[in-house]
Design a binder for this molecule. Structure first.
Ligand SMILES: *Cc1c(COP(=O)(O)O)cnc(C)c1O
Length: 418
């Protein structure tokens, strides 16, 4: 029977994922992933793939990476118990504090890892794209650290929303290029960076910021970000004496979520829940909930879940947080959804704002608007599952969101949420 075949396939694919056999040699996570790119980009991607295979699991590279994570990034990041939230929600709540990592979010793990890789590959110049500006800041910092010049492509709309980060990138020595084509947000910035890469595939290293795009990026970024989940798993066992019943992480491209989830895939008693931006609601164009509301298709070189209309046109997205405002998602998440290991749900703009305020007031942590979506979903879940142990990936800090947050004065967020 069709459904039986599907079920069998799902089990086999999940086992392959848990055993570290995905992506396969074609860069696929089951049906998802792969590499759909123009002929002009093929040599650049082949060089990159060969480089990743050669260095990523090389002992010396790993030692260098680990040293930078400890010495410069400030790892391991804390696991913080949240007693006031726990009392209010009726669950035992723990936070994995990526906001404490250098430059204020998980993105630095990937940026420094790829910058070190670029050096090994003999690159002379690093380019990157950025949405919220967090990856641009992380890339600029990592490039300064390894001594390579950096150009960051950023959508003009995002530059306005995230102006403090534009200044930070420039301070860190990066050249920031405004992208006005397409939607003038992250998707257009990625296209522009790919175009720039073609102009000098030998000299340029393209430092992609999330677990998206053509093979090998989803794999490379997952490997670099898995430090989050490895630390969190160990810290939960040491501090709470047990693994969490449920783990929540926000999903834009999916890098902080896959980093947290991947080392927990085999722990099947632990529910894994990815939280996407529900924006203004469930209508097409009102959110960026790719997995919760999208369909499979090819976007930016990868077969994954995407937001598209009935004619297959990629849809404009909306989210209050620039970092979640993307019409695609990493292909490994598409697989984990298809095989039923991870559920993907949404939280709206106003739910995220309300959760952000609650976390500020109860635990003294100003979290990023992206991250606030995970808190909003966790709170709802806690309401239906009293007494459980919850781990939330606190992917970044909210200082960068002050220009947005000042439009929602303190005490008014509750009102905006209704
Ligand atoms: C960029 C960003 C995200 C979204 O990116 P992912 O690749 O999905 O992790 C989430 N949280 C913060 C704080 C970010 O800066």
């Amino acid at each position: 029977m069709h459904s039986d075949n599907e079920a069998l396939d799902a089990e086999r694919l999940l086992t392959a994922a848990i055993d570290g056999r995905l992506p396969d040699e074609r860069g696929r996570f089951g049906p998802f992933g792969g590499r759909y790119i123009p002929e002009t980009l093929v040599p650049a991607f082949e060089r990159l793939e060969a480089g990743v295979k050669k260095y990523l699991h090389d002992e010396e590279f790993q030692r260098e990476f680990r040293n930078e994570l400890v010495d410069w990034v400030g790892r391991p990041t804390a696991l913080t118990h949240a007693p006031t939230l726990s009392a209010r929600w009726g669950c035992d709540v723990w936070l994995k504090r990526e906001d404490l990592a250098h430059t204020g979010a998980h993105k630095i793990n990937n940026a420094i890892g790829q910058a070190l890789l670029a050096k090994r590959l003999g690159a002379r110049h690093i380019i990157a794209e950025t949405g919220a500006g967090q990856h641009g800041v992380a890339s600029a910092a990592a490039c300064a650290r390894v001594g390579l010049p950096c150009t960051v492509y950023m959508g003009a709309v995002d530059m306005e929303r995230q102006s403090p980060n534009v200044d930070r990138m420039r301070r860190l020595g990066a050249d920031v290029v405004a992208v006005t084509s397409g939607d003038a947000t992250l998707r257009a910035a990625i296209d522009e960076a790919m175009r720039a890469w073609v102009s000098d595939p030998d000299g340029i290293y393209y430092l992609l910021g999330s677990a998206v795009g053509p093979h090998p990026y989803p794999w490379l970024v997952r490997e670099l970000q898995s430090v989050i989940g490895r630390e969190a798993r160990e810290q939960m066992l040491a501090r709470a004496g047990a693994l969490p019943d449920a783990v929540f992480a926000c999903v834009g491209g999916g890098s902080n979520a896959i980093g947290l989830f991947y080392p927990l895939l085999a722990d099947k008693d632990t529910l894994l829940i990815g939280v996407e931006a529900g924006g203004r609601g469930s209508g097409l164009g009102d959110n960026s909930a790719t997995l919760a509301t999208g369909k499979p298709g090819v976007l930016q070189g990868s077969y994954t879940m995407i937001l598209q209309d009935n004619d297959g046109q990629v849809q404009e997205t909306h989210s209050i947080s620039a970092g979640l405002d993307y019409s695609g998602v990493g292909p490994e998440h598409a697989l984990l959804q298809a095989v039923g290991r991870v559920s993907y749900i949404m939280a709206t703009d106003s739910e995220a704002l309300e959760a952000l305020s609650e976390l500020c007031e109860t635990e003294g942590i100003l979290t990023a608007l992206e991250t606030a979506h995970a808190f909003a979903a966790a709170k709802k879940w806690a309401g239906k599952n009293p007494g459980k142990r919850i781990l939330i990936g606190n992917s970044g800090r909210g200082d960068k969101d002050m220009p947005t947050l000042t439009q929602y004065p303190v005490g008014v967020s509750q009102h905006a949420a209704s």
